[in-house]
Write a protein that binds this ligand. Structure first.
Ligand code: OAD
Length: 255
């Protein structure tokens, strides 16, 4: 089938959907200059494997290393702008008000592009919390004058003095219960699921397209290369999301 026909097919499915769910991964932010998890990194942090830094064990072993890696990632996220793919998804939500985005990304580029009610499965890199989970009020901490940075070490929690840590889900940690339940419910009830820029290897997020497909949803995937999701997809749009998603919107406008 010609690529333009696949775009038309995806546009028709989105337009006629009554319950459109969208699952995004790191690929959707790639054209904003944020490296995906499984891409090779350049520069200072190239020697480190993200999967070995994004764990509680790594933080316990070397808090300064993990903290500074997150400070670096924060600086990348802060400097980044939403790309044409994020903007197209915000527009799609205007066209399909029932649509909901489930994201594995810890940047806030969907929201900055104008999307609302985004379900974050892996937390937010913009926030910190106590590594001892002391639940002092406020639980989410920003770094300001009240929490002085101590050299390269993570700052101390103002409530209990333990290190603070980024409010993201690390490998081996449990996802926030409310968000995962909400995501599962959306997957169970979706009639169309658009899966964008994820390798589909990290659970439980990777299970969402499986749930949706078993419940009868049509699956549309946007990814330049085959992923674990591709065998489930009714329509695979092979290419970068910043190019493909605006084409879907254009096709919806013309359907
Ligand atoms: P990955 O890095 O595993 O996969 C990124 C996917 O994006 C790959 O399938 C790429 O082919 C695809 N991709 C690359 N460029 C793209 C583009 N321009 N447009 C669209 N797709 C593109 O990232 P995730 O699947 O998001 O979790 O990884 C899932 C989780 O693994 C992350 O949330 C993170 C990590 O461990 C935690 O930190 C808990």
């Amino acid at each position: 089938m010609a690529f333009s026909d696949l775009i038309q097919q995806a546009a028709a499915l989105c337009k006629s959907s009554c319950r459109l769910a969208v699952l995004t991964g790191a690929g959707v932010s790639k054209e904003s200059g944020i490296p995906t998890f499984r891409d090779a990194m350049d520069g200072l942090w190239a020697q480190y494997d993200p999967q070995e830094l994004a764990t509680l064990e790594a933080f316990r072993r070397n808090p300064s290393l993990v903290w500074n890696w997150y400070q670096f990632r924060r600086s990348v996220v802060q400097a980044a702008q939403p790309n044409a793919g994020h903007i197209a998804l915000a527009r799609l939500q205007q066209l399909c008000p029932h649509m909901q985005i489930i994201t594995q990304n810890v940047d806030n580029l969907h929201e900055r592009a104008g999307s609302t009610k985004v379900i974050r499965l892996h937390g937010s890199i913009a926030l910190n919390r106590c590594s001892g989970n002391c639940q002092g009020n406020p639980t989410h901490l920003t770094i300001d004058r009240a929490i002085p940075a101590t050299g390269d070490e993570p700052p101390a929690c103002p409530h209990c003095g333990k290190y603070i840590r980024p409010d993201v889900v690390w490998f081996g940690e449990v996802l926030p219960a409310k968000q995962i339940e909400h995501a599962k419910q959306l997957a169970r009830t979706a009639d169309v699921m658009l899966v964008i820029g994820t390798s589909g290897v990290v659970q439980p997020a990777a299970h969402m397209p499986v749930i949706a497909r078993s419940a009868g949803a049509k699956i549309i995937e946007v990814n330049p290369v085959k992923s674990e999701v591709t065998p489930l997809a009714h329509v695979w749009l092979q290419g970068p999301s910043a190019e493909i998603l605006p084409q879907i919107i254009e096709a919806i406008d013309n359907v």
